[in-house]
Design a protein around this ligand. Structure first.
Ligand code: DON
Length: 304
């Protein structure tokens, strides 16, 4: 397996030059655009790695499905989907337009920024620190890594510059999607985006989803019914407005983030974490996407 990972990684390394490291969050611009790493965790919990699998990066949008898990555990699907829809958008991840044009106003799904901010507001806790502690506890359990924490620099950098997310949050306060302390809700959202992981952490989290919510040792962390909802969203909305193409080419439920990570779940087979910070214009890792497509072709991983 490691030989195959190495080969696929080397074949796709050149693609980093067709992408750009995200810079709208200033601290993300410091990433090394040459980094490429992959980790695969099989159903026994064994890890196979290649390249920069131990470089730390922030989860960014990969935290969205995890926050959704916590909100579903806390509130149940009826309450959650009263606030946020289940449909893909076809728009960029940070688009604001449909918040105004849809009537009644409701973010289309939990994988875009507006939807994720609304989901974060549903997580139980009296303030941001209580909410983020609960998200972190879930992430640590799923990853089997107690040392996972927050990258303070990235958190602060986003908090200082997130004008568009702030605009969306206040818009949602106006339309009743959000209630309560908007800055406190945004704070949890910025913190969850700044959770710092490696490819191997992501592979282990994905493995927990691939194993219907349980660790390889059989301990249930997430109810299977919630895992089903999460992996379905990963297929329909996980790669933003590239989700359709990725479903055809790779056929693996996946979630990308603007730091360059992608979490991919192959049900009953494996969890995969890929990292390469050079992004395409839609915000997905250029090398990462193709590595997953090639791995899927080699190992016949498409779920379709
Ligand atoms: O809110 C943002 O814009 C970022 N913290 C996360 C966006 C993101 O990762 C989109 N992914 N492709």
């Amino acid at each position: 397996m490691e030989e195959l990972l190495q080969k696929i990684l080397e074949q796709n390394r050149y693609r980093v030059k067709y992408g750009r490291v995200a810079s709208y969050i200033p601290a993300l611009a410091k990433a090394d655009p040459g980094n490429v790493g992959i980790s695969v965790a099989n159903m026994k919990g064994q890890l196979f790695t290649a390249g920069d699998c131990c470089v730390k990066f922030t989860m960014q949008s990969i935290a969205k499905p995890l926050a959704l898990i916590q909100a579903l555990v806390d509130r149940g699907p009826v309450e959650v989907f009263r606030k946020v829809g289940m449909e893909p958008t076809g728009d960029p991840f940070n688009s604001i337009i449909k918040l105004e044009t849809l009537n009644p106003s409701k973010p289309l799904n939990p994988m875009i920024n507006a939807g994720a901010i609304a989901i974060t507001s549903l997580i139980k806790g009296k303030n941001s620190s209580e909410r983020i502690e609960r998200i972190l506890k879930l992430v640590r359990l799923m990853a089997g890594n107690e040392s996972i924490g927050i990258n303070e620099k990235v958190y602060r950098s986003e908090k200082e510059t997130a004008h568009r997310n702030r605009a969306m949050a206040y818009f949602m306060l106006d339309t009743g999607v959000l209630d309560g302390d908007v800055e406190d809700i945004l704070d949890t959202y910025f913190l969850q985006c700044a959770i710092e992981v490696t490819c191997s952490d992501i592979a282990n989290i994905a493995l927990c989803l691939a194993n219907r919510g349980s660790t390889p040792a059989g301990r249930e962390i997430v109810p299977a019914e919630i895992v089903r909802i999460i992996t379905t969203f990963m297929v329909t909305c996980g790669m933003y407005n590239a989700s359709g193409e990725f479903a055809i080419k790779a056929g693996i439920p996946a979630k990308s983030g603007v730091s360059g990570g992608i979490m991919a779940v192959v049900p009953q087979k494996m969890g995969i974490g890929v990292y390469s910070p050079a992004l395409d214009p839609k915000g997905n890792s250029t090398a990462g996407i193709h590595i997953l497509e090639d791995l899927s072709a080699w190992l016949d991983l498409s779920i379709f």
